[in-house]
Every structure is written in structure tokens, then in C-alpha cells.
Write a protein that binds this ligand. Structure first.
Ligand SMILES: *Cc1c(COP(=O)(O)O)cnc(C)c1O
Length: 436
């Protein structure tokens, strides 16, 4: 991407971005939580408006014909990096560009893209990388719609897949990648922690395995869905992932009031994905981008509080006589392989966990139907606490054998803790457990 200075020189439409961003005060490099308030936006380009206006337009006026031609060279990939200026709202827009600049900061990514949903981000990533005959190697389980996309939809176009379990060791990963390497592996796709098992993927091991088995142009990029712990508690680019994917609907959006997705990575990978987004139009709309800018200002506050609440709630639930087990990343067995991955990859246990009650569906439903503060809904990462029943809801159509293998039993309740008062939440769970 070029900055506004270059666009000025070439006569392009200036983007609503400031001159190279102030990411330092003196020698001090600013933290993401500070930069969320101003980075990528110059109020003086918008009549001094402290917050960016929402740019509701489908197209942008070129200052001259040469600038228009130059922009289209970027949009169509004749020149890498996308358009220098604003062109047409399927390609870019000021609100989306400010959002992308700020998203990238959280993980120190070179570049980022915003999408209309987590799934449209994932679909655009896949479409930009695979061709018939290629293989996607992935960790399992994945978010159900991602599994459907790989196996059933891309499968119809001759794309193959192979998987290894999320908690796999280096040897197990080597075995699967080694087998896949007889064909063309287009992408290694990870999700960590896996839903609903919470199993963490050893990204460092995947990276080492990839680098040992593949060389040169055959090296597939490693992409990872970081929706559950990112960007506060996990930054997988630091462990060797090349591309990070988000459902921004969850913690990043954080208020259960929007659907959006994001992809972060090197300029080279992002340019490839951007060309596909330009073609199929999976960019998010300006209003959603604006809402996400607001959300990012409180991301650290919200996630920190939710994480602190989850520790307290899980401590309470763990010792309750009607609870069989709490699958929470904060309770990993000391010295276990999962705890080792956690220590190398994560800075916090998140606020989404699995609660196994003693009993079955009857007990789980009695508990869910008695909650007063926690809402009975799927999704996660919002300000409010949510609870759901995977076996009867999100994973209803999963075959029984696979459900059993994934630990999706009838007594499992998935909980995403919000930013309410922790003692109020504990009181809610305590009362609901009395009804079991
Ligand atoms: C919700 C979710 C998605 C899909 O995101 P949408 O915004 O609903 O399209 C993908 N991956 C994970 C891990 C999710 O939780």
C-alpha cells in the first residue's frame, strides 16, 4: 500500500488517512490500545470531525483520467497493493481502510483486510489460494461452516483435504504433512483453540514441520483462525503463522451487534487475498467498519474484564457438586502437552469455555432455562454472557460418532463470559444449578 503522500504525487484521490502514523512518542513505541483512538485518520481531512464520518457512497470521483487508470492498475493486480486511492466501494472505502490499519496493529501485521463476515473472510482466503487438485491440510475440528466449506463446497471443485487433531505432536503433524506433500498443498489451515474441545494447536510445531517438508515455491502458507483468543491473548504471527483470520463478530466487535471478518498478514499474502475480495465483493460495509472502530477502542478493556470474570466464574463452577468438569484453558494440567503449548502461545485463557454438568440433556436444559443474567444464544465474545447447548444447537447435525469423538455430549454447555459484575454472574450460575 502506498501512503497519501505518494497518492498526492501521482494525482490520486487522497485517502482519508494521515501522513505516516504517529506510532511513537519520543522513543516510546505506542501500544495498540493507545493507537486505536486515532491511528489512520486525520480529522482535518473531514472538517475537524473527531470521529471519522461514515462514507455512504458507492463510488469516488477521480481528479483526472490518469489517476483513474492508475487506480485500476492497482485494483486489477497489474500493480500489487490495491488502488492508491479510493475507487469504488466494492474495492475500498475510508472507513474500511482506517479499520484495516488499526486491525493490523494488534498483531504487528504488515497489512489487513476487512470482510462482511468471518465466513466471507475464510471463503475469500480459500478461493484466492486453491485450484482443482490442490490439498488443504487443516487442524480438526474446525468451526462447522469452515469444515463444510472445505469438504463439501471446495470438494465439489476438486479440492482435497487432510487433517490432524488440534493437539497433535510434531511427529503427528509431520506424518500428515508428509503424506499430503505427494500432491500440491495450497494451504495449511489451523484453528486454535478448537471449538468446542478447546484443544490448542502447536503453531510452532506446524511451522517447523512445514519448513522441514516443503521448500521454495512449494511452501504452503499457514493460516490460523484466531477468533477465540485474539488479538489480546494470542498473536500467532509470532509463532510462525503467515495469515491470521478473524470472525470480528465475536470479541473484536464485542457487542453482539454486527457481523464481520478480518484477515491479517504480510503484504504479499494480503495482496493475493485482496484481488479475490475485489472480484467477489466480500468487503464489509462502511457502517459496520465504523462500528468496529468504536469496538476496537475498548477491545483491551472488554477482553481483560471478560477474562478476569471467567477466572472467577470457572473457579466457582469447578468446585460445585453438580459440575462434572470445566473445560477452561486456565485449568490445563501442569506439565501436560496442552499446558506447554499454552505457555508458549497464549497470554490469557479467554472467556469462552465448556461446562460439563453431571447428567445429560435434561440437566443441561434445566440449567440453561433457569439462567437469568446469562442469555441463551449462540455466539461469543460479547459484552453479555451467553450460554448454549452445542449437541442440540450448533452441532445438532454432526453424526453421533463424531460428536462423541469431539466430546460434544448432552451434558455440555458452552459459555462465553461477558463484562458484567463477576459476583452477579456467579449468583446467576449458583441459582441455575439449584434447578438442575
Ligand atoms: C463465529 C466464527 C466464525 C464465523 O464467523 P462469522 O462472523 O459468523 O461468519 C469462524 N470461526 C470461528 C472460530 C468462529 O467462532
Amino acid at each position: 500500500m502506498t501512503d497519501e503522500t505518494e497518492a498526492d504525487l501521482t494525482g490520486g484521490t487522497p485517502r482519508r488517512r494521515p501522513k505516516p502514523s504517529a506510532d511513537k512518542v519520543g522513543d516510546r513505541k505506542l501500544k495498540p490500545s493507545t493507537m486505536m483512538m486515532g491511528h489512520g485518520y486525520d480529522p482535518m481531512l473531514s472538517e475537524g470531525s473527531l470521529k471519522p464520518p461514515i462514507f455512504l457512497t458507492s463510488t469516488f470521483v477521480f481528479p483526472n483520467a490518469a489517476a483513474g487508470k492508475r487506480h485500476f492498475e492497482g485494483v486489477t493486480g497489474k500493480r500489487p497493493g490495491g488502488a492508491d486511492g479510493l475507487v469504488y466501494s466494492r474495492f475500498n472505502g475510508p472507513n474500511q481502510e482506517i479499520l484495516e490499519d488499526r486491525l493490523g496493529i494488534w498483531e504487528g501485521a504488515e497489512d489487513a483486510l476487512a470482510f462482511s463476515s468471518g465466513m466471507s473472510a475464510i471463503a475469500t482466503l480459500f478461493l484466492s489460494m486453491v485450484k482443482p487438485g490442490d490439498t488443504i491440510v487443516h487442524s480438526g475440528p474446525l468451526y462447522a461452516a469452515t469444515e463444510t466449506l472445505i469438504a463439501r463446497i471446495l470438494g465439489r471443485f476438486g479440492v482435497h483435504w487432510l487433517d490432524f487433531p488440534a493437539g497433535a505432536t510434531r511427529e503427528e503433524i509431520d506424518a500428515v504433512l508428509g503424506k499430503a506433500a505427494s500432491g500440491n498443498v495450497a494451504l495449511i489451515y489451523l484453528e486454535s483453540p478448537a471449538n468446542p474441545t478447546n484443544a490448542l494447536v502447536d503453531v510452532e510445531a506446524v511451522r517447523a514441520s512445514r519448513d522441514a517438508i516443503f521448500t521454495g515455491a512449494n511452501k504452503p502458507p499457514i493460516a490460523i483462525d484466531n477468533t477465540f483468543l485474539g488479538p489480546l491473548w494470542a498473536k500467532p504471527l509470532e509463532q510462525g503463522a503467515d495469515i491470521v483470520v478473524y470472525s470480528l463478530t465475536k470479541y473484536a466487535g464485542g457487542h453482539s451487534d454486527l457481523v464481520a471478518g478480518g484477515v491479517l498478514g504480510s503484504k504479499e499474502h494480503i495482496n493475493t487475498i485482496r484481488l479475490m475480495r475485489n472480484t467477489i465483493g466480500t468487503i464489509c460495509d462502511p457502517n459496520t467498519a465504523w462500528m468496529l472502530l468504536r469496538s476496537l477502542e475498548t477491545l483491551e478493556l472488554r477482553m481483560s474484564r471478560a477474562g478476569e470474570n471467567a477466572v472467577k466464574v470457572c473457579e466457582f463452577l469447578r468446585s460445585h457438586p453438580k459440575v462434572e468438569h470445566v473445560g477452561y484453558l486456565g485449568f490445563l494440567e501442569e506439565g501436560s502437552r496442552q499446558a506447554d503449548i499454552y505457555q508458549r502461545h497464549c497470554t490469557g485463557a479467554g472467556s469462552t469455555f465448556s461446562l460439563y454438568l453431571k447428567g445429560g440433556e435434561k440437566e443441561a436444559f434445566a440449567f440453561l432455562d433457569s439462567l437469568k443474567i446469562a442469555k441463551l444464544a449462540v455466539s461469543l465474545g460479547g459484552t453479555e454472557t451467553l450460554a448454549s447447548h452445542p449437541a442440540g444447537m450448533t452441532h445438532l447435525s454432526v453424526p453421533d460418532a463424531r460428536k462423541q469423538a469431539l466430546g460434544i455430549t448432552d451434558n455440555l454447555v458452552r459459555i462465553s463470559i461477558g463484562v458484567e459484575d463477576a459476583e452477579d454472574l456467579i449468583a446467576d450460575f449458583e441459582e441455575a444449578l439449584k434447578a438442575v
